[in-house]
Design a protein around this ligand. Sequence first.
Ligand code: EPU
Length: 338
Amino acid sequence: MPKIFENVSLKKLNTFRVEAKARWFTEINSEQELAELFADQQWQNTERLVIGGGSNILFTKDFEGLVICMNIKGIIDKIVHDDVFVTAGAGEVWNDVVTHCVDREFAGMENLSLIPGSVGASPIQNIGAYGVELKDVFHSCKAFDIETGGHLTFSNQDCQFGYRESIFKKELKGKVIITSVTYKLSTKPSLNTSYGAIATELQSRGIGQPTIRDISKVVSDIRVSKLPDPSTIGNAGSFFKNPIVSKLKCEQLLSDFPNTIHYCLPNSTVKLAAGWLIEQCGWKGKKIGETGTWKNQALVLVNHGNAKGSDIYNLSAAIISDVNSKFGVLLEREVNTI
Ligand code: EPU
């Protein structure tokens, strides 16, 4: 049975580095420990919060239930012809798995280098960056069914991946706990350099025939230059999703604001750049007390030191209101708020 602790500070367990306490707290190191935990009816009936790297969560108050920190480790490779199946425990750090794959020249994850967070969280919000989404390399995952105590396997299709969306955020929310994920990579790289900044950066470094390692390095460097390092400045990456609007709405916006950054999607919808919308409202790099938006990327809210979760939440509400007044576009938070 895993050890249960009471009144535990979560400050070091969330990348915003805000103070909040968990009424109960436990760390899970194996599937066996999960089964033992939920064999006890008390924990079946207690409100729960599963965390990995704590990189996509904002605590605005203490959590009165049980916080479960997933720490199941292990990375196993299986090479089948040109494919590589890499299975990682939910508690592995995402970027450690990326590095593992890049070092072995397993292709597919290099564009997702340096994203903060854990393996277990990676399918939940279908992490994505620089033209690649997790769904492009996701093969399957194993999860613990809290109600039955059974183990389930989800294929790529089962997960119903969308833009920062999956079944785990919808009907399976709170019902299953991901214990491991299998990624399908390739020993024959087909590199994705189409995302503007990558191609420009490779060119300026004089790299004509990039390797997986080159892409990983370039993506990491771009991220470092644009995004604050959570180990020094509290943040949770993009705080909002990029809003998706109808083609008609986009045309109206373009007539009022011809520079509106937009990307056409297949089904007559258009994705707008939330960072641009926020910047146009004058919020980029603005500091309000201990919180604010990042100087190089307005989509990232930061804790300059001693911000409370509620300060960051209030800032996000002010931004939503301003963007809505100016553009008639409602931003949706990407970060989970407690
Ligand atoms: N932009 C501005 N002002 C800003 C920020 C951005 O004008 O303050 C413009 C940029 O110049 C660019 C466009 O908006 O033309 C898009 O910006 P960027 O390429 O930086 O990407 P993003 O759409 O803001 C998304 C992901 C990031 C991911 C990057 C790179 C979401 C919510 N965010 O950001 O993911 O790293 O693309 O692929 O989709 C995360 O989810 O936490 C995250 C960091």
